[in-house]
Write a protein that binds this ligand. Sequence first.
Ligand code: BGC
Length: 940
Amino acid sequence: MKITNLKTNHIENPIGFDLGKPSFSFIVTETTAKKQVAARIEVSKDDEFNSVIFDSGKSKEIDSLAFQPSIDLEPRTRYYWRVTVWADSGEISTSEVAYFETAKIDESWKGSWITPNLDSDIHPVLIKKFNIEKTIKSARFYVCGLGFYEININDKKCGDEYLSPNLNAYDKWLQYQTYDITNELKLGKNEVEILLGAGMYKGRFGLDRKENIYGDKFALLCEMVINFEDGESLIIKSDESWKVRKSKILASGIYDGEVYDDTFIDSTDYGVKKIALGFDRLKARLSLPVKIKEKLKPVEIIKTPKGETVLDLGQNMVGWLEFKVRAEKGTEINLQYGEILQEGNFYRDNLQSAKAEFKYISDGTEKLVRPHFTYYGFRYVKVSGLDEEINKDDFTGCVIYSDMETTGHIETSNELINRFFLNVLWGQKGNFLDVPTDCPQRDERLGWTGDAQVFSGTASFNMDTFAFFNKYVYDIAREQENRNGLVPNIVPVAGTNVSCSSGWSDVATIIPWTIYVQYGDKKILEQQFESMKAWVDYIKREDDNSFSTRLWTTGFQLGDWLALDGENPESFAGGTEESFIASAYYYYSANIVAKAAKVLKKEDIFKEYKALADEIKGAIREEYFTSTGRLALKNQTAYILAIYMDLVPEGKKDRVVKDLRERFKLDKNYLKTGFIGTPYICRALSKSGCNDLAYKILLNKDYPSWLYAVTMGATTVWERWNSVLPDGKISGTHMNSLNHYAYGSVVEWMYRYMAGINPIEDKPGFRYVKLEPKPHCSFKYVNMSYKSPVGIYETKWEIDNEGKLKFYFNIPFNAEAKVVLPDARFDKVMVNGQKLINGAQEGDNVVVELNSGTYEFCYEPTISYIKYYNIDFSLEELIKNEETKKILEETLPVMLPHGMIEKIGDKSIRELSNMPFFPVSSELLEKLDEKLEKIKVVFE
Ligand code: BGC
């Protein structure tokens, strides 16, 4: 038995974070034991546990998902903790030691805010030299630099994070970071250089693409605390003694890139002065560090028809290229970043006004070069200024994103779906840079709340997002201040006074609830409760000011953004009535507030918001459903929201589902949905017995569909269903990102329905789950693994050649699952090679309660899971063709020894040859399809 994944506030060994009341979590693995009987958590000030400050003792109450020890934290202190677990098998194990370290907490700052005596558009380097004469025991650096900063200590970059302090509502709060620099300092002379960049604080940013949104001056505040072995300490702080020179970085900005002149040498000291930014806004960091998480090598150097030299990274990625320069002094090298080629040439018009380039002027020495204060969303990089042949190996794509652990993976028998899953994962990597952004490449890159909201479920299966979203929702709450609870459509607001909208602003309720259910730590609800409630109160005031109809009918709405069923070509809002969407979300958010109040034991508030939610639901039913259950709106998204959000009147579900199928029939089983309908489309279908339709829509390959982009070679998810047209031309330059994750939110359906793993709200954090995969004959197998907060779950299913269903489940230690086997007869189900004894027949399904362990189920389903197509091709013709004959021989089960097909299923070859059509499985069809373009599916 092993105890792993010790995290404090869901971060591994955090240093310098604002932890509030710390919350510990851990995972038990490598055991055949089923349950935790007791656990003990000890917290100490030393790693040998001689100065223990908290000891829970052996306790039955310790929850591995979240345990809050009652300790009072001191500033600038490292705490060590470990866990011992007693299991029901008698095993006992103690974990390795984990730690967390506090920042300054409420200590006042000794340093002053300083700014260089330079024009505010000149990038500075702030310098401090000092001597160390005694042996250092420990040293820490507390720093906030605005806009971005990077520290070099004795000519070496300090820490492994980039673009600090990253982005938050700077006008409300400023984050400082803590660095352990014990090993960076040395006896004797030391030199600290801090480079400052414009960042989002003062560089061009926001919907207005303006400069100086949050401030117009570079600024630095820092404090270095050096503790010596002899017990004394030295503090080096930002003050007027710091020196300043002009930086080699001549310009920087996240949209436009960076200009770096390595020939520029400045030895003048311009001095610094104090700047009155105040200290009230300062707060220890909540943001996870943004790190280089992966490196990619270019797959190809392309010479374009225009004669350009373009590197292809093979993947739309976010970060920058690092490259080795061997060029004469004064050589200007220019890298331009783009997402797609057009007619084989470099292209970047869809980045709108973002220049997205890196200009580097060489000083003649050979070195590795990279930008410091910008990032790019790209697959292709145009390189100019290097006349000799460039070498692929000299370039490396540095992929940056917030330091989150990858937790989920899905792999299936369908290669296109596998690529789609990776595209969605890459979309998350590219857009989870401290703030969940809409896109990473053009002049936008903003925290659009709707995009984040719809994707948060998928994101939280893919990666451990607790700490990431915890910071984002904190920003949401701060942006609601002085806005009467209104949640802006963009957070952080970044300049423009944006309004709110349903679907977008509901981020305030949806993300905290999603994170609570996923991770089982109610700390996030405690932190966000007022913000969640304030948002619903805002809508209610709007409602009360317009006759208290309990519908939301006022104000600006983004609607079903980018849906394809809009009547007004000028509008992006789609065709679903905005007030319906707004009222549906009004209900949904009010209901979440009620549920959160219940979790937090706020009984009165629970009752109040439950009553409000019921009133809204009643009003929606009255306004939008006829007495026989007909939905008055005819859009896909309207049906989807009604089903997904449980708005359909009692007893009328069948009617609505029938109408929904009719709707899809009219739309030839293609989606027409935008940002609001798309995330829930497959969930609403599978939930209402239309699993077949969910798979059909998922697997559509032509426009509009998820796989269309995949068949067009996309390596990320596009903003529009047709961002690129079938002839390879980009469909427009306005709002056309090739890395927009919103539509990737269908991956949540893949986890929950295709693979079947569902957390239960009453027992959050995957302590108890419902495992209910919904296999479909369009896949031969699906494999899913998810490292939940409790441990690793796996579900796999397979449809074998005879149509038998096989399931494999792994349930982690101290977890339980209700397994639902579809279309099963209890007496036919085998588990781990034995007849099933426990469990029950529930309608068409067999239901089994299981605890930790691995289980293999196998049975013949009561309905066929093999898909047969009738193909418009005679068998005789197929047999005449050598290639297709071979495929038939390999694929069909019953054959004559010498290769002639005798019969298929129970039909003889003679009978089949006389039939105009004959049935084949989907697998065979696919293989034949590759060889014979003429095959026409006439079934369905
Ligand atoms: C963004 C979207 C966003 C939308 C809403 C766009 O420019 O890229 O993803 O949600 O605006 O207006």
